[in-house]
Ligand binder design. Structure first.
Ligand code: ARG
Length: 408
């Protein structure tokens, strides 16, 4: 039995642009939307590097009932305008998650709205459930880009259980894959998110069958791989002395770091809707680039810049995670972040070995490290006699407070 929300059902809609992944949910959505609203459906699949068979996805959409299908290659745009800004912001949500899924959503929203306009649609639709963060990211961005566009979330609204959905699909000749889905997966160039199934018990260790991009550290090569990453203005531009396009660079690092078992993440995450959830990710390039970038910042920025930038970075990452990519604050934070990254040219040397990634060297023409002041040898220009007064003044408030407290 279908439970239909009549408020939604009564809305008159002529044509809908649906963000389409090719999976069961959005395939059922094609049929369900056209049945529920009597409208035409145009499907949109945005290629952000999820390595799917896009031709087959388009064919499936049309077979299920889409009037037209678009595959949008947004890989370069994704890396340049979404991933690299997150590198400059050291984007790790709760210190662990490289916000890979999150970064793709405002871009998907953009493409969806663009095609909705081109096709003269009066609504867009997406396949997010009501339990995740993606509904926020897609809907807030769509609304920010075009407040007049109607937004439909069929999977959130239709009230079908998984079994009812499969029954609906079979009834309407929508292909259902035999293999029961063990995990919920989302992937793009910046990472692969693996959740649900056995991972819903936080005590269960991730099973081998969940990982695809990373070699198990136990099976990774016995010999470490050393890689040199070149940065210009805060973003990586080359590997091992060879210039690389953003897209090529991320791909290469996903492969190299992944082969060495680097990039597996397992953590307890706080979703914006209030759910505490256990999430795993594999993000070989992201982990490697983010750690290198942060290290280079420590070589080039002074301590005031560093401590303030950590606050800005955290707010920036929260904005991107929580659906506020199109909020003006994100751009205002970017202005600071870009300024702070202006001098971030240099090289970072990293060692990848059996699941670990370690920065083992860094250099920059803008380094504020000064050998002459830092060295312990006799050539040091640091005047230690100045420290005597400095120590006394630096500690003054503490010493005075203690004195007063002890005489009470
Ligand atoms: N928790 C992550 C986020 O909110 C990843 C979500 C991944 N989605 C999925 N269908 N597996 O960005």
């Amino acid at each position: 039995m279908l439970i239909i929300d009549w408020k939604v059902f009564n809305m008159s809609i002529k044509k809908i642009a649906l963000a389409y992944s090719g999976g069961l949910d959005t395939s059922v959505a094609i049929r369900w939307l056209s049945e529920s609203y009597g409208s035409k459906i145009v499907t949109v699949t945005v290629d952000v590097g999820q390595a799917e068979d896009f031709k087959a996805i388009g064919e499936k959409a049309c077979n299920v009932g889409a009037e037209n299908h678009y595959t949008v290659d947004a890989k370069e745009e994704f890396v340049r305008d979404y991933v690299f800004p997150s590198v400059k912001a050291n984007g790790l949500y709760q210190g662990k998650y490289p916000i890979s899924t999150a970064l793709s959503r405002p871009l998907i929203a953009r493409k969806l709205i663009e095609i909705a306009h081109r096709e003269g649609c009066d609504a867009v639709a997406h396949g997010c459930t009501g339990k995740g963060n993606d509904q926020l990211r897609i809907e807030i961005s769509c609304r920010a880009l075009d407040p007049t566009m109607k937004i439909l979330a069929p999977i959130r609204d239709w009230g079908m259980s998984r079994d009812q959905e499969i029954e609906y699909a079979m009834k309407h000749g929508i292909p259902v894959s035999r293999a029961a889905k063990k995990y919920s997966i989302d992937q793009n160039l910046w990472g692969r998110s693996i959740e649900s199934g056995p991972l819903e018990n936080p005590w269960n260790s991730p099973e081998d069958d969940g990982w695809e991009w990373t070699t198990s550290p136990e099976l990774a090569p016995d010999c470490p791989t050393v890689v040199e990453l070149e940065f210009k203005r805060g973003v990586p531009v080359g590997i091992d002395g060879e210039e690389c396009s953003p897209l090529e660079l991320v791909r290469r690092l996903n492969r190299i770091a992944g082969e060495n078992g680097v990039g597996r993440i397992d953590h307890m995450e706080d979703r914006i809707v209030g759910i505490k959830s256990r999430e795993t990710y594999e993000c070989p390039a992201a982990v490697t680039i983010l750690e290198s970038h942060k290290d280079l910042e420590k070589l080039i920025l002074n301590r005031h810049e560093l401590s303030f930038k950590r606050l800005v970075d955290e707010q920036w990452t929260f904005m991107a995670y929580a659906g506020f990519w199109d909020d003006p604050l994100r751009e205002e934070l970017d202005a600071f972040i870009n300024k702070a990254n202006d001098r971030l040219d240099g090289r970072v040397k990293i060692k990848l070995y059996k699941g670990s990634m370690m920065v083992i060297g860094r250099e920059s023409s803008n380094s504020v490290y000064d050998f002459k002041t830092a060295t312990y040898d006799s050539s040091s220009t640091f005047d230690q006699s100045l420290s005597k007064g400095f120590v006394e003044l630096w500690g003054l408030p503490t010493v005075v407070s203690r004195k007063v407290m002890s005489s009470r």
